[in-house]
Design a protein. Structure first.
Length: 291
């Protein structure tokens, strides 16, 4: 009795353990499945929100770039009639005195006649410091034509201690500064290079052999070719370096014979045409005698 009851109890315990293990395994599977669903849902929501945020960021960046382009365009438009004059002693006491100094500089040093009405504004830029070098002068011209005239004559200020530059924005000045090394390298390579606003313009050095060929000479040489000459003759004329003269001699003989044959073929035609004229003359005389 005791052994059978123990065996029955052991079987019951094993069954309970198996059921618990099975339930625990199912519970773990459910927990894992739930975690997977939650993680997938969270990731999906995050991706969706991140995608929307990325679209908004891209839109904001594009708007910012567009605004920067507009600001640059407006700034360039405002500065397009500006010039900056350096090296003028800061001795004026008023606006009119500064304006007079600038007018005298333009007419006396640059030979550019300019009136007060052609100057929109003139002022010193920067903070004045004691014992420091004179501040540059910002000159705003009323017309682009007058500004171009001043720029064309600004080279006359060489060796005077004064010079004139364009009024560029800080961004453009940084770009131009970064292009200086490239500018020097291109000039050192023999190319013609210069800075235009915020770009480096490079004109490669021309091929001297190509420049030595004159278009007029080519036209003359083409007009000297006779329409009666054959292609072989044209090749022979162009190839002056050829040392073998026998093909040219043979071609000349063949062409001479061809010309003679063509002339022999043409002579009977000319003769027949003259005989026809003679017959017509005789016929006309006969008709006149009959009349």
């Amino acid at each position: 009795m005791g052994d059978s009851s123990n065996a029955t109890l052991l079987i019951a315990i094993n069954k309970i353990g198996t059921d618990l293990s099975l339930r625990l395994s199912n519970l773990e599977d459910k927990i894992e499945s739930t975690e997977t669903r939650i993680t997938t849902k969270i990731n999906h929501n995050i991706d969706e929100k991140f995608g929307k945020l990325q679209e908004e960021v891209d839109l904001l960046q594009s708007k910012q770039l567009e605004q920067e382009r507009r600001i640059d365009a407006l700034e360039r438009q405002l500065k397009r009639r500006n010039l900056i004059i350096f090296g003028i002693a800061e001795e004026e006491k008023s606006y009119h005195e500064l304006e007079k100094i600038v007018l005298e500089l333009l007419s006396g040093k640059l030979d550019v006649e300019c009136t007060q009405s052609e100057i929109q504004e003139v002022k010193r830029i920067g903070v004045k410091k004691s014992g420091d070098k004179p501040r540059p002068i910002l000159l705003t011209i009323a017309s682009m034509g007058k500004k171009i005239e001043i720029c064309q004559n600004k080279h006359k200020l060489q060796d005077t201690g004064s010079y004139i530059k364009e009024d560029y924005s800080k961004k453009v000045l940084e770009i131009r500064k970064s292009l200086q090394e490239d500018l020097k390298r291109e000039i050192g390579n023999g190319n013609r290079a210069y800075l235009k606003y915020d770009k480096l313009i490079v004109i490669p050095k021309s091929n001297k052999r190509a420049l030595s060929v004159s278009p007029n000479k080519n036209e003359k040489s083409s007009t000297l070719i006779s329409p009666q000459t054959t292609p072989n003759e044209q090749v022979t004329k162009k190839n002056k370096r050829s040392t073998n003269s026998s093909p040219r001699t043979n071609n000349s003989i063949v062409n001479f014979m061809n010309r003679n044959n063509s002339m022999n073929h043409q002579r009977p035609c000319i003769a027949s045409s003259s005989s026809d004229k003679t017959d017509k003359t005789k016929e006309n005389k006969t008709n006149s005698q009959k009349k």
